[in-house]
Design a protein around this ligand. Structure first.
Ligand SMILES: *Cc1c(COP(=O)(O)O)cnc(C)c1O
Length: 393
């Protein structure tokens, strides 16, 4: 007989989901009300304002898509890309490849600009591609590539898109709440994110925001979007004017309470403080991991504080170590993806997971495992190195 599922208490230091704070879980457990209830509609309006705050935008077309980050990605592509369009797509990890898939499924041609995994997107290559393809209508890139831990220069890339009369489509799933995302400052046109990374909410919702330029593009469309569910013209009948909301789909009512609470927590902390906290714990973790003999695959200037990809020390078995971390320390860290599988660990410091006790837990656990294995690394120094950083910043 199946019984109620009682999940173990884990510490989540992988590529997402991150630890969800008690306040958010409590919000989730409040009574479900109707998705057209006036009280719920008032909450939806606040939620839009909180998302505008997090994205640093005044875009009216800002809302949470009722599905995970991948659906936010599709929402951007199916609403902005038409059959026959040419789109410049950059790839320096897993998620750029998914953008390319989206472009091709829209019946458009993807011009793929590749950079090595672990490197940021090279704006010079992007500029060359934009010059070579004056017919391009959009430029798509990932701000924070979760498969490698590399940040790209969103400001420069968005400016290039605008200069070449292209819409910019930006993946901020892992960046939002962890490092600066400045939608209006960048002049970005279509930006999507996720809830389960640095916002530390439950998985399954995708905040999106569209510039006026992008919104006009959508309203000028002369054919129906390929997806009924993600068609923003239809979705806005529900999320648009709060005076006359009509049924499109049933919003995930309780999940939206949770997102509202998670964004309140971010607002209480302040964006700059949240970014600073991520940077501080990242510096301590970095010192500790390096003292344990691990090296980063991303150069310091381009490292994401919330996603630390380090090479697995020789002599250690990737899967065996991660299994021990989970079973003996209730600690989850991420494996490498694609060409980095078996080569790296991805240690997340996302949102509520980004705390001193987690940094020390991780360094202690890895230090003990490294000490036991017969590899020549001074394991005890990890915690000390992190403590030294904490004492100085
Ligand atoms: C996690 C992630 C996604 C996908 O989000 P899901 O919620 O898993 O669908 C997309 N892009 C990036 C950069 C991500 O890290």
């Amino acid at each position: 007989m199946p019984q109620s599922f009682l999940p173990p208490q884990r510490t989540l230091m992988g590529p997402g989901p991150s630890d969800v704070p008690e306040r958010v879980l409590t919000a989730l457990a409040r009574p479900t009300i109707g998705h057209l209830d006036p009280d719920f509609i008032a909450m939806m309006d606040e939620l839009k304002g909180l998302l505008q705050f997090a994205f640093q935008t005044r875009n009216a077309l800002t809302l949470p898509v009722s599905a995970p980050g991948s659906a936010g990605m599709e929402t951007c592509f199916i609403n902005l890309i038409d059959p026959g369009d040419t789109v410049i797509v950059t790839q320096n990890g897993v998620f750029g490849g998914r953008m390319r898939e989206n472009v091709e499924r829209c019946g458009a041609q993807a011009i793929l600009i590749e950079d090595e995994w672990g490197q940021p997107v090279d704006p010079h290559k992007v500029e060359d591609a934009l010059n070579a393809h004056p017919e391009a209508t959009a430029l798509a890139f990932v701000h924070a590539e979760t498969s490698t831990g590399a940040r790209s220069d969103a400001q420069t890339l968005c400016a290039l898109a605008t200069r070449h009369d292209c819409l910019s489509i930006v993946d901020t799933v892992t960046s939002l709440g962890g490092i600066e995302v400045d939608v209006d400052g960048w002049g970005a046109d279509a930006v999507y994110s996720g809830t389960q990374k640095c916002l530390s909410c439950i998985p399954g919702i995708s905040p999106v925001t569209f510039s006026n330029r992008a919104a006009e593009h959508i309203s000028r469309r002369d054919h129906k979007a390929q997806s009924w569910f993600l068609d923003l013209d239809l979705v806005m009948g529900y999320w648009g004017d709060s005076e006359k909301r009509t049924y499109h789909h049933t919003a995930p009512v309780n999940a939206l309470y949770a997102l509202h609470e998670a964004l309140l927590i971010l607002q209480e902390e302040g964006l700059e403080n949240a970014w600073q906290r991520h940077a501080r714990h990242h510096h301590a973790l970095t010192a500790g991991l390096e003292a344990l003999g691990m090296s980063f695959i991303v150069a310091p200037d381009w490292r994401l504080p919330q996603l630390n990809s380090v090479r697995i020390p020789a002599g250690l078995d990737d899967a065996a170590v991660r299994t021990r971390l989970l079973n003996e320390y209730n600690l989850e860290i991420g494996a490498g993806l694609g060409p980095l599988a078996g080569q790296v660990w991805r240690i997340g410091l996302m949102g509520y997971s980004c705390r001193q006790d987690n940094v020390l837990l991780c360094l202690n656990a890895l230090g003990q495992i490294i000490n036991e294995a017969d590899v020549t690394i001074g394991a005890s120094s990890g915690i000390q190195a992190a403590e030294n950083v904490y004492a100085s910043i």
